[in-house]
Design a protein around this ligand. Structure first.
Ligand SMILES: [Zn+2]
Ligand SMILES: [Zn+2]
Length: 180
């Protein structure tokens, strides 16, 4: 995944927008626990900031086949991502202690930039829907689809737990985050 900068290099202030439609790079796949759906669609803006410095902005939407953290049903989830990075034309290897990346020639490779942004876009746990009922801890029945004879237990104990949770703003906050 890369962008050509031969034109943008011609003068400071020049800006170019490119849309990439490509398979996700391997580092992006490694950073997300779920299979990513190809192709990725990424809008890239490169701006020549002068003095061999280029600002690269990537934004897009990543789609993955995720598993609901409550009921384990697979479903597709789309997450937006965006990131900006400064690249300087310097004939040296990249140095992680610097706040910019290096490149040489007419091509800037975007694999790391895109993969970091994609990796950060996914929450650790996802739900198929905000009110997912989950699985019965006793018989494994998917409560979104049917009830089971263990339901009596569920009703009493989970209602109590629900009341406790709603009294605790921290837990509520956590619930909300789990859904996003
Ligand atoms: Zn679910
Ligand atoms: Zn059950």
């Amino acid at each position: 995944m890369e962008v050509r900068v031969s034109d943008v290099k011609k003068w400071a202030g020049r800006e170019e927008t490119v849309r990439l439609v490509e398979a996700w790079p391997k580092p992006a796949r490694d950073r997300v626990d779920f299979p990513l759906v190809d192709p990725g669609l990424i809008d890239v803006v490169v701006r020549n900031a002068g003095g061999g410095t280029f600002l690269v902005n990537v934004r897009g939407t990543v789609k993955a086949q995720v598993l609901c953290s409550r009921c384990a049903e697979p479903f597709d989830r789309e997450m937006p991502f965006e990131a900006t990075e400064e690249f300087r034309e310097e004939a040296l290897p990249n140095d992680p202690s610097l706040e910019y990346s290096r490149f040489t020639g007419d091509v800037i490779v975007l694999d790391e930039l895109v993969s970091d942004a994609v990796g950060l876009s996914f929450p650790i746990s996802v739900r198929c829907r905000p009110d997912c009922q989950g699985l019965c801890p006793q018989c494994g029945t998917n409560w979104n689809q049917e009830s089971c004879s263990c339901m009596v237990l569920k009703d009493e104990r989970w209602d109590q737990l629900g009341r406790l949770l709603s009294d605790n703003p921290l837990e509520l906050e956590r619930e909300k985050n789990g859904r996003s």
